[in-house]
Design a protein around this ligand. Structure first.
Ligand SMILES: Nc1nc2c(ncn2[C@@H]2O[C@H](COP(=O)(O)OP(=O)(O)OP(=O)(O)O)[C@@H](O)[C@H]2O)c(=O)[nH]1
Length: 659
């Protein structure tokens, strides 16, 4: 902004700032400083300076990667070439700027480019085209644009073209809009340009007052900006106003001032134009001979026509260049479009491929989810039925345990009860099954069985199982027999325990004992039979024994004379007689027929003597006479040897009795 009002000040400080930015390699700042320089040069109408600054700004911005600032530099450069009337270069650069703008849309810069085209068209006398570019520029900016100076410039160009085309009312309306836009913007050069256009339009409309007013304004701004060209233009406007008011003297004076200003600046075209007006004023005022005036008029007409023709030629060239540039743009545009549509088609194909994959993936995921769901459902159903069966079995097992007459007991390796069924609690007198839990097994068994319980626990722990019969003394003095079988859980079990079962076999044991007893007894007399001999020898092994052999005398005759049944009675009576006179531990064995043996465990000679003596002593009360012989075990002899010696002694006694 400072470049607009104080261009010299800006240009004064720029070299230092630029040097600092370059030293820091700060391309972006350098580019912005060069843009400021281009603006300041434009205000001073120093077009080569603007061109160079624009080029430098573009290069620095490109080095700094700032595409937008590079574009600004390019536009500044183009506008400078346009001002230098190098339309070919200007249009090339504007075309390039347009192309770049498609990639980096910037409404203000688009407006600037179109302003450049509009100015060039105007310079070449293509006013309709100039107006059209100006309108396009205004459209590109939009109504509410913040780029008001650019909007004002476009309005200025539009008004200028309208004036040239004779659309004076429209031109003045456009200028009013332009001035409204400019209000509040501190841009003296633009203000002056707007005033110049207003003056031209006023002249075309025959409004001398407005011409003067605008001329004064331009002149004032020229002074303010110390701009001789502006001052010259202001003088020209005032000269035109005076000319139109037929104030020939005033007109000649203003024109003369303007010519002087343009000559000092070497602005030949401006000088020629004003000089022509000045001579016309001279002629009109009669200061020149009419004849010369006629020739001069012709000269001016010709010069104006030639100028117009030159302009038309330039315009044709420009048209051709514009067309070429537009074709280039169109080709580039078409290429870009083709590339874009190729990329779009590629992207679409890629997208479709991705969508297809996505769909396939979705289907696969859905199938996996469905299969998993079905499997989970099946597993759940299986689990449910297994649980139901398990609960049923658990209930059955619990019933079995509770209803079982047999004892079921779970205990740990140390013998601590984990669980017992009611039958166990009843059998062991443990109160309730629950009360037994947590207590040691020994607590429910007599102290006398402590050793057996310890042996049982050691066996089941070491070998994994134990079974046998436990004989428990009963309160009534008898005993109860329990057959048990216990199994330990697998050795690897973290918390091993033992499942024990027991059934009471007291009655069976009693019956077995009775049967065993019967097998050892002689049916007729109740004395032991011969099997007792073997049992006795086995039980008394390693110890001493005594034997008394007894044989009835004349028993055959009893049978023969008194009958066999009586003989039986005698045998029974004799067994009773012998049993009454032997010791409680002695065994009376009927060896067969009328032969009896008394087996005396641990018998001493005195004990044997005592028994035989008692038998002899009570012999008269016996139902039958008898003979006896006795023998004590000698050394480790067999029972058969002792029996043989006792038999021998008995027979010896029988012979002695007979004789
Ligand atoms: N009534 C009866 N008689 C039996 C039984 N067993 C054997 N006898 C008889 O017992 C008799 C035994 O005869 P012996 O060996 O000669 O006995 P004994 O007549 O006493 O003669 P000695 O022994 O020499 O004194 C035989 O007549 C047998 O038939 C039995 O169970 N009941």
């Amino acid at each position: 902004m400072r470049a607009l009002v104080d261009p010299d000040g800006v240009l004064g400080i720029l070299p230092t700032e630029l040097a600092t930015a370059r030293a820091r390699n700060d391309h972006q700042r350098e580019a912005l400083l060069q843009l400021a320089r281009a603006n300041a040069c434009r205000v001073k109408a120093d077009w080569p300076c603007q061109r160079d600054a624009g080029i430098a700004a573009r290069k620095a911005a490109e080095a700094g990667g700032d595409a937008v600032v590079a574009l600004r530099g390019l536009v500044a450069e183009a506008r400078a070439y346009s001002a230098l009337k190098d339309y070919s270069r200007a249009s090339d650069l504007l075309g390039e700027a347009e192309l770049r703008l498609k990639q980096h849309p910037q409404p203000e810069l688009s407006g600037d480019v179109l302003l450049g085209y509009s100015s060039m068209s105007h310079s070449l006398g293509r006013y309709a085209m100039s107006a059209q570019y100006a309108r396009r520029g205004l459209e590109a900016l939009g109504n509410d644009t913040p780029a008001r100076p650019m909007q004002a410039r476009l309005l200025r160009n539009l008004a200028r073209a309208q004036t040239e085309m004779g659309e004076i009312a429209d031109a003045r309306e456009t200028l009013r809009r332009g001035q409204a836009v400019l209000a509040g913007i501190d841009d003296p050069k633009l203000t002056a340009e707007m005033a110049l256009e207003a003056a031209r339009a006023a002249r075309a409309a025959g409004d001398i007052a407005a011409q003067r007013q605008n001329g004064e304004r331009v002149l004032g701004l020229g002074r303010e900006l110390v701009n001789s060209q502006l001052a010259g233009l202001g003088r020209e406007v005032l000269g035109n106003a005076a000319y139109d008011a037929q104030d020939w003297i005033g007109a000649r004076q203003q024109y003369a001032e303007a010519v002087a200003s343009f000559r000092a600046l070497d602005l030949k075209r401006d000088e020629l134009r004003v000089l022509r007006s000045q001579i016309q004023a001279e002629v009109a005022s009669g200061a020149m001979p009419t004849e010369s005036g006629g020739q001069l008029r012709r000269l001016f007409e010709l010069s104006a026509e030639v100028e117009k023709a030159d302009r038309a030629q330039s315009a044709d060239d420009f048209d051709a260049r514009l067309k070429y540039a537009q074709q280039e743009q169109s080709v580039a545009h078409l290429q870009r479009e083709a590339e874009l549509s190729r990329q779009r088609a590629q992207a679409l194909a890629e997208r479709n491929r991705l969508i297809l994959w996505l769909e396939l993936l979705t289907v696969a995921v859905l199938v996996v989810i469905l299969v998993s769901y079905l499997q989970v459902r099946r597993a759940h159903a299986r689990l449910q039925s297994t649980l139901t069966a398990l609960h049923e079995r658990e209930a059955q097992a619990s019933s079995l345990l509770h209803m079982s007459k047999g004892c079921v007991l779970l205990h740990d390796i140390e013998g601590r009860i984990i669980m017992a069924n009611p039958a166990t609690a009843t059998a062991f007198g443990g109160g309730s099954a629950e009360a037994m839990a947590g207590k040691p097994l020994q607590e429910f068994l007599p102290a006398a069985l402590a050793g057996e319980v310890a042996a049982y626990l050691a066996k089941v722990a070491d070998e994994g199982s134990a079974e046998g019969v436990l004989v428990v003394p009963a309160a009534d003095g008898g005993q109860r027999n329990w057959r048990f079988a216990s199994n330990r859980t697998e050795p690897g079990d973290a918390r091993p325990f033992v499942v024990g079962q027991a059934v009471e076999i007291t009655e069976q044991a009693r019956q077995v004992e009775a049967l065993r007893e019967q097998g050892l007894r002689d049916v007729l007399t109740g004395a032991f039979n011969r099997r007792e001999v073997d049992r006795f020898e086995a039980s008394a092994a390693g110890r001493g024994w005594g034997v008394i052999a007894i044989d009835l005398d004349g028993f055959k005759q009893i049978n023969d004379f008194r009958g066999h049944e009586h003989g039986d009675t005698v045998l029974v009576s004799m067994a009773q007689f012998i049993g009454e006179h032997v010791r409680a531990d002695d065994s009376l064995v009927r060896m067969g027929g009328d032969e009896f043996v008394v087996l005396l465990p641990d018998a001493t000679p005195a004990a044997l003597e005592g028994v035989t003596e008692r038998l002899h002593q009570h012999a008269p009360s016996a139902a039958c006479r008898f003979s006896l012989g006795s023998a004590l075990r000698e050394g480790g002899e067999s029972l058969a040897s002792t029996l043989a010696r006792a038999d021998e002694a008995m027979y010896a006694a029988k012979r002695a009795r007979r004789s």
